[in-house]
Design a protein around this ligand. Structure first.
Ligand code: TRH
Length: 363
């Protein structure tokens, strides 16, 4: 079956990151013939420098679109709006394609009610379905490759070298937007005697650290604290699979947006989330809704600490100095909790399988 996935890069990596994972998985696990239409291939070459070795055809999205036939299944990622000549080709098919809008991820309650809703096209004999990823069985689920956890067991020893280099240190990965209250976080870390290594990703995180601390002391980055016990180390942008592995090897992950946020949950280590900022603080509603699900089974103290820390990370950060030692004290418990949460998520269909099931009766 032919699948066309359309993706426009708004900014950052998340749009392409989600679409690439989906395309790759549909081809690998569901024998789908997938074309991924991208208006900007630049982020893909960073997320998946080897994308050409995969059985997914990456095609340039230009207007008007140059294509053969409309596919059996058409995915419009994140409301990116299909080209008019492609819509016409869809409508001209004897049997119209199964057409879906893949929505952004949210844990809010309303998602269950909207998942799978149909919307007839105002002019053409076409119906578009809204497909919502999510955290419950009444949603489309989350992206999760079949061999994700097994593969990780095989590659983890490679990263253990990193942990061995810094015995006793807390290993943290930092992937954030430039609005994150970094100076408050670094001050809280520096006030503690225990060693910590923070891996900084390029672009926004690294730029924000430069803006906060100035130039690095040397090629290895920055050292903070009275005894230099805090190391901030720039690391290269990794291919997606490598990033996934790194998350599993860290003791704490700062993640953002959508896809790294999901990957942190598969990594099952404690994490702090910075959602993509939206108008009217919609992202803070998303944060609250997710915490309500994720933290529901935590003991009250841990739940309160986690929620307060996440809110500070998405705000001015004034209380981070007080909250950091509390969060650090809860990390072991949060790591155990992460495994339980992952087990809970594993009980639902993954997003690619859910899409295949959804489309099976509609093509
Ligand atoms: O890059 P993001 O901020 O993307 C955001 C969100 O998706 C948001 O919802 C959307 O509206 C906005 O883009 C336009 O964060 P996200 O979603 O975590 O995507 C990052 C991708 O980058 C993810 O696929 C993981 C990947 N990644 C790597 O492959 N290697 C790396 O080294 C790092 C740090 C990330």
């Amino acid at each position: 079956m032919r699948w066309d996935i359309f993706c426009k890069v708004i900014d950052n990596f998340g749009d392409v990151g989600v679409c690439w994972r989906l395309a790759r998985q549909l081809a690998a696990e569901h024998a789908a013939d997938v074309h991924l239409w991208l208006d900007d291939p630049a982020p893909l070459t960073r997320l998946a420098p080897d994308f050409k070795v995969f059985p997914v055809r990456v095609c340039p999205w230009r207007n008007p679109l140059s294509f053969g036939d409309a596919a059996d299944v058409v995915i419009e990622a994140f409301g990116c709006e299909l080209p008019e000549n492609y819509l016409q080709a869809m409508a001209a098919r004897a049997r119209p394609p199964c057409w879906l809008n893949l929505e952004y991820l949210s844990a809010e309650d309303w998602v269950e009610g909207c998942h799978g809703l149909a919307s007839p096209h105002p002019r053409l004999p076409l119906v578009k379905y809204f497909f919502f990823p999510g955290f419950t069985k009444k949603t489309g689920g989350l992206l999760r490759e079949r061999h994700l956890l097994a593969q990780r067991q095989a590659v983890l020893p490679k990263h253990n070298a990193l942990l061995a280099e810094s015995p006793g240190s807390l290993i943290v990965s930092l992937f954030c937007y430039d609005s994150a209250p970094l100076s408050a976080l670094f001050a809280a870390w520096a006030a503690e005697a225990s060693p910590l290594v923070c891996l900084l990703f390029p672009d926004k995180p690294l730029t924000a650290v430069h803006a906060t601390l100035g130039a690095p002391q040397d090629a290895n980055g920055w050292r903070l604290g009275a005894a230099g016990q805090i190391r901030l180390v720039p690391v290269p942008f990794l291919p997606q699979d490598g990033y996934d592995e790194l998350l599993a090897a860290c003791n704490l992950n700062f993640v953002r947006g959508e896809d790294s946020f999901v990957r942190a949950q598969w990594a099952a280590q404690p994490f702090v989330w910075q959602p993509y900022s939206q108008e009217n603080d919609a992202h803070l509603h998303k944060l609250t809704a997710f915490l309500q699900r994720y933290a529901a089974d935590l003991p009250e103290q841990a739940r309160a600490t986690l929620a307060a820390f996440w809110r500070e990370w998405n705000g001015a950060g004034a209380a981070i100095s007080r909250l950091w030692p509390e969060l650090r004290g809860q990390l072991e418990l949060l790591a155990r909790h992460g495994k339980n949460w992952r087990a809970h998520l594993l009980a639902q269909d993954d997003l690619a399988s859910a899409l295949v099931k959804f489309c099976a009766t509609r093509v």
